[in-house]
Every structure is written in structure tokens, then in C-alpha cells.
Write a protein that binds this ligand. Structure first.
Ligand code: SAH
Ligand code: SF4
Ligand code: F3S
Length: 443
């Protein structure tokens, strides 16, 4: 009988990528297809995030709503995957006994078996083990009709920043072998993909095994992917400042295909806070990396992440963050109030800054970043940008949306045939996040 599955994704691009793989695995099962309407699903899968408390709460409130659907349709199966699943395991079943399967980021390829075992045994199934990177060997090749695609090059993180759950939810850093990554890129470009984003929590730490028993580093991998004629634009995320080696920085000088944008999370501008976070660099060292990046690629756009109100953050620490923002001139960035995550060292640190002060600091950072973001948008006015066409507007099929090298979305008039291709667009005007443009040329 024909059955439908529904997937909801929370969290980062790693989870987006994993959700696509989950869909590939499910689609490969007999008679299964994906739906975007939760009410008509036979199987509901949540791919969860636990990076901050709010993200985790959202999962449990959505689970409550899925439970209501299950009361109406007792055959409905509910699965929880991703980082909450990985961290909580059995506890999810205790807290939400109507959940049928719990699986981790490294066991998503076992979903069909877990679902079958649930049906046969009548008991909930939990598998959150870390079986190396076997998942990559067990998921079908991705089918895509888009011009841009993500390729995961590594799993996990071994940095253990004191506030972060990722090393616990995703395990230690583990790189995919070079040939695997290259095979996935080839399969995507064969389907018309022209832009590749290499993905990992800490891509700079890539150490990929080669077929003759050597290992290659991240800079080698980027060069290898860039050397493929079918790859027209290349990005990667996320990079750790401590591992921005000169070899990686030089890529921006030597590889024109590498988009002029880097997401380089700094978290704080205070050396004291950076040390308490165990980030492994000072504000000065971070600025020195930025200086070298700009020497390699003068117009590179640098975006970042900030944690506001880390335990013990004083006014002076916060002002150091504001100063760093001005010194560096970040483009669009994300900022979050520190969230104490159970089991992390920072959750045990004394945190006596009142919430109201944290909020005030957050608003100041966000206002400053927004002003910088607007300056960049304004400066783009009148310039011609090379844009990869990603979507047709929902409003009209003559309206397209694409992304510039510095990761800005541009809307412009064009035809659906341009989807997945590069075009040159003159920037007319823009609000902060989205620009308007007019087509100049199809490349
Ligand atoms: N691997 C990347 C990103 C990790 S998660 C890196 O190291 O930069 C994405 C962002 O979430 C982080 O950059 C950080 O700014 C934020 N974050 C992580 N843990 C957090 C916590 N406990 N509270 C608030 N923000 C957090
Ligand atoms: Fe978390 Fe730090 Fe690893 Fe990023 S580098 S995922 S913040 S532990
Ligand atoms: Fe969230 Fe896990 Fe990504 S905690 S940010 S989904 S790695």
C-alpha cells in the first residue's frame, strides 16, 4: 500500500543535509513518498536540534501536536532523529511514550529497519550509536534538480567549546574518504549542479583518507573539487578561526571559483571570554586571520556568530565584542544569548548577569550588525553581480531569486529556463536581506 512520510527539520545545514538523506532512504523503500502536509502523513519524522534550549523546547511542543494526530490515527508512526535524539536517547520515549523510533545523525540510514522492527515488535526502537561513517555507504545517491547542492565532508566536532553540545550529539570529528566526497560531487554535477557547498561543523579539520593509504587536508580537497570543470562555484561552511591555516587562506587568492564569502564564527571579542569558551584564539589572532583573508581576496565578505551573555561576561567584555565588530566590519551575522546546555562545562559556570542586561546587549549587537549589513547592500547598488538562479518566485513565474557570491538573495525578472544557471544581474535597490536587480546577461 502507498504510504507517505513527512520530515520536519530543525537546526543547522548539517541537519538539512541529513534530512535530504533521510528522504532518499525513505523514498528508496517500496511504496513510500514524501509529503509536505503533516496531516496526511503515515510517518512523521522530526530531525531535531539541541544547540540552544529554545530549539529543544520547540521539538517537544511539536511532538505534542503530532501526538494529537496519532490519537486520531493510531497507525501513525512518529520518529525523532538528529541532535536531541542523539543526546536524550531513551529519555525521549520516557517523556513522549507515543514516539515510535529514535535515531541519531549517524544511524539515519537504518530508518527502514527501525520502522520495520517497531511494527513487528510493537515496541519503540532506539538506535543512536555512532557506527563510524557507515551511513554514507548506505544511503542512495541524491537526486536533485537544483543548481546548488551541499556535500558533507565530515561528521562531528572535536573542539569541545565549553558551551557546545555538538561534540556530544554528533561525536568526534570524522572525515569522509576523499574518493567518496569526489564521487558525490561527480554524481551531483552529472545532474546539473554547478555550485557545491562543502559541509561540516569544522571543515578546516578535514583529514580525508585516499585510496593509497595517505590522508589529504582540507586545502587539498578544495583544490580537487575546484579542478572539476563542471563545478562553477564553490563554498564551504563552517570554518574554525584557529584552523584557518595559510594554506586555506591562499585558496581565496588562487581559486577564482571559490565564492568571496566566509562564515567565520568569532563568538566574542573579549580574550577572557574566548579563553573561558576554549576557542583557542584571541581577538587579535582573529583579526590577523581576517587581515590575511583580505590580503588574499580584498572584497571577501565575512559573516560570523556571536554568543552574548556567556557566564561572567562583564560590560568591558561586551564592549570588546562591539569593538571587534567595528574593527572587522562583519557582514550579516547571527547572534544568540548564551543557553546553558546540560552536560557542558559552561553550564556549571557562575552566570550572574541579569537577563535584561543580556537582552540589551543582544539588541545592541544586532542593531550594529544590521547597520553593517545595510552598508554592504547599499554599496552593491549599481554593481553587476554574478548570480546563481535558485528559485522561481511563488508570486510569479517571471520572477526569479538567486544568490550572489557574497550570499545575498537577489530578486529579478527572468524566465524559468534560467533556473540552476549563472546570470549577471545589475543591483537596483534593496532592503537589508533581499536585493532587487535587473538581468544584464546570461552566462
Ligand atoms: N561549528 C560551528 C557552529 C556551531 S553551532 C562553529 O564552531 O562555529 C552554531 C552557533 O550556535 C555557534 O557558532 C554559536 O554561536 C551558537 N551556539 C552554540 N552553542 C550555543 C549555546 N550553548 N548558547 C548559545 N549559542 C550557542
Ligand atoms: Fe561546537 Fe565549538 Fe565544535 Fe563549533 S567548534 S561545533 S562551537 S564545539
Ligand atoms: Fe543543532 Fe545539531 Fe546542528 S545541535 S545546530 S542540529 S549539529
Amino acid at each position: 500500500m502507498h504510504k507517505k512520510f513527512f520530515i520536519k527539520t530543525y537546526g543547522c545545514q548539517m541537519n538539512e543535509y541529513d534530512s535530504d538523506k533521510m528522504a532518499d532512504v525513505m523514498n528508496a523503500c517500496d511504496g513510500m513518498s514524501q509529503t509536505d502536509k503533516i496531516e496526511e502523513a503515515d510517518i512523521i519524522l522530526f530531525n531535531t536540534c539541541s544547540i540552544r534550549e529554545k530549539a529543544e523546547e520547540k521539538v517537544f511542543s511539536d511532538l505534542g501536536r503530532a501526538r494529537a494526530l496519532k490519537q486520531r490515527n493510531p497507525k501513525l508512526l512518529i520518529g525523532v532523529g538528529g541532535c536531541v535524539a542523539s543526546q536524550e536517547g531513551d529519555t525521549i520515549i520516557k517523556r513522549a511514550p507515543y514516539v515510535d523510533v529514535v535515531f541519531g545523525p549517524q544511524t539515519l540510514h537504518r530508518l527502514p529497519q527501525l520502522i520495520a522492527a517497531r511494527r513487528e515488535s510493537g515496541r519503540p526502537q532506539v538506535d543512536i550509536s555512532f557506527p563510524e561513517i557507515e551511513k554514507f555507504d548506505n544511503v542512495p545517491a541524491t537526486q536533485t534538480s537544483h543548481g546548488t547542492a551541499f556535500v558533507s565532508i565530515m561528521e562531528g566536532c572535536s573542539k569541545y567549546c565549553t558551551y557546545c553540545v555538538v561534540p556530544f550529539t554528533r561525536g568526534e570529528e570524522m572525515s569522509r574518504p576523499l574518493a567518496d566526497v569526489m564521487r558525490e560531487v561527480d554524481s551531483l554535477t552529472a545532474q546539473g549542479v554547478v555550485e557545491i557547498t562543502l559541509l561540516g561543523q569544522n571543515v578546516n579539520a578535514y583529514q580525508g583518507a585516499t585510496e593509497d593509504g595517505d590522508t589529504v587536508d582540507f586545502a587539498f580537497l578544495v583544490q580537487a573539487v575546484a579542478a572539476l570543470p563542471a563545478v562553477l562555484r564553490l563554498r564551504f561552511t563552517t570554518s574554525h578561526p584557529r584552523e584557518m591555516s595559510q594554506r586555506v587562506i591562499d585558496l581565496y587568492a588562487n581559486i577564482p571559483k571559490l565564492a568571496g564569502h566566509l562564515h567565520l564564527p568569532v563568538q566574542s571579542g573579549s580574550d577572557r571570554v574566548l579563553a573561558a569558551m576554549k576557542r583557542g584564539y584571541t581577538a587579535l589572532e582573529y583579526k590577523s586571520v581576517v587581515r590575511k583573508l583580505r590580503a588574499a581576496r580584498p572584497d571577501i565578505s565575512i559573516t560570523s556568530d556571536f554568543i552574548i551573555g556567556f557566564p561572567g561576561e562583564t560590560d568591558a567584555d561586551f564592549e570588546a565584542t562591539m569593538k571587534l565588530i567595528d574593527d572587522v566590519g562583519f557582514d550579516a551575522s547571527f547572534s544568540f544569548i548564551f543557553s546553558a546546555r546540560p552536560g557542558t562545562p559552561a553550564a556549571e559556570m557562575a552566570d550572574d548577569t541579569p537577563d535584561a542586561i543580556k537582552m540589551e546587549r543582544l539588541h545592541r549587537v544586532q542593531a550594529r550588525i544590521a547597520a553593517l549589513e545595510r552598508q554592504v547592500s547599499d554599496a552593491m547598488g549599481g554593481t553587476v553581480q554574478r548570480v546563481l538562479v535558485e528559485n522561481i518566485s511563488r508570486k510569479s513565474e517571471h520572477e526569479l531569486a538567486g544568490r550572489t557570491e557574497n550570499n545575498r538573495v537577489v530578486n529579478f525578472a527572468g524566465s524559468p529556463g534560467m533556473l540552476g544557471r549563472f546570470v549577471d544581474v545589475r543591483i537596483l535597490s534593496g532592503t537589508m536581506h533581499t536585493l532587487r536587480g535587473e538581468l544584464v546577461a546570461i552566462t
